[in-house]
Design a protein around this ligand. Structure first.
Ligand code: PLP
Ligand code: COI
Length: 341
């Protein structure tokens, strides 16, 4: 098989239809065997629970080509575990975690020609998702569900790749205390659409959401957690029950401590401390680590000493170590890399 004729170096974070996808259906209390199919279209009732009451959850992970030409996944077991947590919170059946990994592996293998070559800066984004598919009109969970996995080759989430971005502190809330901010439910992203369009219209790349209860603490952005570097080179990340437990952030905290020997702290981060940090980054599967140069707060600007030209030195070390692990040039901790082929 030959790689597809795609301009890998210039890909943005967009959807490109690939050849194959995985589908499995749940009805009468059990999942079927699942299969790889070609049809990218989904037919469902006009009254499907997902369409009326947004009963849908998803995951995001990437397949990488390593320096020695293998295709690998980064910690897919944690995506399986998080999808299961999302399913429980959304009254959906759990898709068994071993079947999840098998489905992702099968889908990536079936689309191997779309996995960007090593060194292009692009990756194959993998999107597992599940939704309630039977008609539901009184407010209650569906009985029948569909689990799917599709893939799409992607470049950097933010235009300009590693160039620092400017974000704003949003006046909108993303997640309520005791709400669904800590799971990956489509509804959290629906909540953020007006806020992100508003931020983009005002010239900002993203929003910083504060905690909805006191609006004094840093939560996350629409699609990534925050990492801060203090002036004495400690790594700090916000602790909150209403943010997504990012796999990238958890991995970076480990890398910071075990590979770079840095002190790490997961704690409440107050908006008032932002001005004291040396570096700021957004971390996630799509964002990898995207440096933030400036935060706009209602007329005030918080400018990080790392500036608007390039990543700060510690963010850069974290970025290089993490991507080195993902692409096989740095030895990974036990169990972090799953070889597809
Ligand atoms: N926070 C939100 C709201 C996200 O959508 C994502 C993306 O998945 C993340 C954080 C980062 O999580 P991960 O590193 O597991 O991709
Ligand atoms: C991811 O990083 O996988 C996400 O789901 C974030 C989304 C904004 C693309």
């Amino acid at each position: 098989m030959a790689k597809k004729n795609i301009d890998w170096e210039n890909l943005s974070f967009g959807y490109i239809k690939t050849d194959k996808r995985y589908v499995s259906n749940y009805s009468e209390g059990k999942w079927d065997d699942g299969a790889i199919i070609e049809d990218d279209m989904i037919t469902m009732s006009e009254c499907a629970c997902v369409l009326q009451y947004a009963q849908t959850i998803f995951e995001g992970l990437k397949a990488y080509t390593t320096s020695d030409g293998k295709i690998v996944l980064f910690r897919p077991d944690l995506n399986a575990e998080r999808l299961a947590a999302s399913a429980r919170r959304m009254e959906m059946p759990v898709f068994p975690e071993d079947k999840f990994i098998d489905a992702v592996v099968q889908t990536v293998k079936a689309n191997a020609d779309y996995v960007p070559p090593y060194g292009t800066g692009a990756t194959l984004y993998v999107r597992p998702y599940m939704f309630g598919i039977n008609p539901v009109i009184g407010v209650k969970p569906a009985d029948d569900f569909q689990f799917r996995v599709f893939t799409t080759p992607v470049g950097p989430y933010f235009k300009g790749g590693a160039k620092p971005i400017t974000i704003k502190i949003s006046d909108f809330d993303r997640a309520a205390p005791h709400g669904t901010g800590n799971i990956k439910a489509g509804l959290n992203y629906a909540m953020s659409l007006h806020a992100i369009v508003t931020a983009h219209d005002e010239g900002f790349a993203e929003n910083m959401y504060l905690d909805a209860q006191t609006r004094t603490k840093v939560e996350e952005t629409g699609g990534a957690n925050f990492l801060f570097v203090t002036k004495d080179n400690k790594i700090v990340t916000p602790k909150s029950n209403s943010i997504l437990p990012s796999i990238t952030r958890r991995s970076l905290m480990y890398v910071a401590k075990e590979y770079l020997g840095l002190e790490v702290e997961e704690r409440e981060v107050y908006k008032d401390e932002l001005k004291d940090f040396a570096e700021c980054g957004l971390c996630g599967t799509a964002a990898v680590i995207s440096p933030v140069g400036k935060i706009y707060d209602h007329g005030d600007e918080i400018c990080f000493p790392s500036g608007m030209e390039e990543m700060g030195p510690t963010t850069k070390k974290l970025y290089e170590t993490l991507t080195g692990i993902q692409m096989g040039s740095i030895e990974a901790p036990e169990g972090w890399i799953k070889v597809v082929e």
